[in-house]
Design a protein around this ligand. Structure first.
Ligand code: PMP
Length: 441
């Protein structure tokens, strides 16, 4: 239906909001107008404690002066530079800074503008890598049930979310999926679950079915965030690494959420001590201030492309805004802030307090599981009358009214506060959630 009159600036109808129940939202909007450190301010003037770092991205909290200033200065100095066959110093400086914080063995950076683009870029690099080595039959991509890898065609194909198939059809051919790692016997585990390493062995079944020589890459989130905060069982990622290596299959860690300190190390790859062939990141890369993503690779991946004549473009891929100077300035200032304030390891120091506070909700109404690691946590609720997502959404709305921002996927409440959160603020966040759970029951 076309708008029946020209909209005024504050008319809510024209903006088709992403991943949002638009009609419901526009009937009773939740509007944020300011942000500082751990808090948003709502349009009706209330402080809202940010329990989700925006969308898992503002790891240093909001409107941090160093980042704000860097963006402001860069916009005035050089707003944009062509991304192809031209360079600017900040893009090189940032790549070196990223290699410094990345796991040993990662030493090249390809820029994108989002996590979705980072995922599709990594999948394309995987296909092109095998071709560059004369292994063009390796085209099959393996994802995982309940994986979330953004919204590009590659990402939704390797992802394991039924709604993507319901909405968009059968997606890319030649994709298979590992089973998810969410096992009932791990309910209420503190930290990494004991059971489920064997689920990685399903990759051997897929290899036996299709032939290793047809498989290009496996992509997983080391810890699945958006589909309910699913932890990797002990030994699982190591097993996946062994099997992929044995069969010449690339392993991609999608660290769009786990990158930049969420689990207590700069990247989850370091936390779990598993080196993948590529890491995708975004979100915390710029503290959410400017859109930016990246693919980090090992020298083996990069160097496979550097064999042909020097005047030839080695990888036929890139974006107008790859390495945008303002994004680079934001990212460098973000890394400075993380390093100045010890934020890339702070989650490890807060983990115990966070864990104990979170598991204190165990006996609250309708709670069927609690999961945590670093500064991320999930409280899973039983569905109302078997109808998923209804109770979770009620809790989300009530929590916002009570002054905390949480995230809900289905009936799982996910929390991932900025890494600057204090112990008192953790208690406030979880205490408020506890009251909301009782009220909604
Ligand atoms: N991969 C993972 C693991 C994510 O969590 C997300 C976003 N939540 C994405 C990819 C997509 O990132 P973006 O929304 O920046 O495209």
């Amino acid at each position: 239906m076309a708008l029946d009159r020209k909209p005024a600036p504050n008319d809510l109808r024209a903006f088709w909001m992403p991943f949002t129940a638009n009609r419901q939202f526009k009937a009773s909007p939740r509007m944020l107008v300011e942000a500082k450190d751990m808090h948003y301010t709502s349009a009706d003037g209330r402080p809202i404690l940010d329990g989700t770092a925006g969308l898992w991205c503002c790891n240093a909290g909001h409107c941090r002066p160093k980042i704000t200033e860097a963006v402001r200065a860069q916009v005035g100095e050089m707003d944009y530079a062509p991304a192809f066959q031209m360079g600017h110093p900040l893009a090189f400086e940032l790549a070196n800074r990223l290699v410094d914080v990345a796991p040993d063995g990662i030493d090249h950076v390809f820029y994108t503008n989002s996590g979705s683009e980072a995922v599709d870029t990594a999948l394309k690099i995987a296909l092109a890598y095998h071709r560059a080595r004369g292994d063009a039959a390796r085209t099959r991509l393996i994802g995982r049930e309940r994986g979330y890898h953004g919204v590009g065609f590659g990402g939704i194909s390797v992802g394991g979310i039924v709604n993507n198939r319901r909405f968009f059809g059968s997606l890319l051919n030649g994709v298979d999926h590992l089973p998810h790692t969410h096992l009932a016997e791990n309910a209420f585990t503190r930290g990494q679950p004991e059971h489920g390493a064997h689920l990685a062995d399903d990759l051997e079944r897929i290899v036996a079915l299709h032939g290793a020589e047809t498989i290009a890459a496996v992509i997983v989130e080391p810890m699945a965030g958006s589909t309910g905060v699913l932890m990797p069982p002990k030994g699982y990622l190591q097993r996946l690494r062994e099997i992929t290596r044995k069969h010449g299959i690339l392993l991609i860690f999608d660290e769009v959420i786990t990158g930049f300190g969420r689990l207590g190390s700069p990247f989850a790859a370091q936390h779990f001590d598993v080196l993948p062939d590529m890491i995708t990141c975004a979100k915390g890369l710029t503290n959410g201030v400017i859109p930016m993503g990246a693919v980090l690779t090992t020298p083996a991946i990069h160097d496979a492309f550097m064999q042909g004549p020097e005047h030839v473009i080695e990888l036929f891929h890139g974006y107008t805004y790859s390495g945008n100077p303002v994004s680079c300035a934001a990212a460098i200032a973000t890394l400075d802030t993380y390093e100045d304030e010890g934020l890339l390891t702070r989650a490890a120091r807060l983990e115990h307090h966070w864990q104990e506070a979170l598991h204190g909700l165990r006996d609250h109404p309708n709670v069927i599981d609690i999961r945590n690691m670093g500064l991320i946590g999930a409280v899973e609720l039983s569905p109302i009358d078997g109808e998923p997502a209804k109770r979770g959404f009620e809790v989300f709305k009530r929590a916002y009214e009570e002054g905390i921002l949480i995230r809900v996927t289905g009936d799982t409440i996910a929390m991932s506060p900025p890494l600057i959160i204090s112990e008192d603020q953790i208690d406030e966040l979880i205490g408020t959630l506890g009251r909301v759970l009782k009220a909604v029951a």
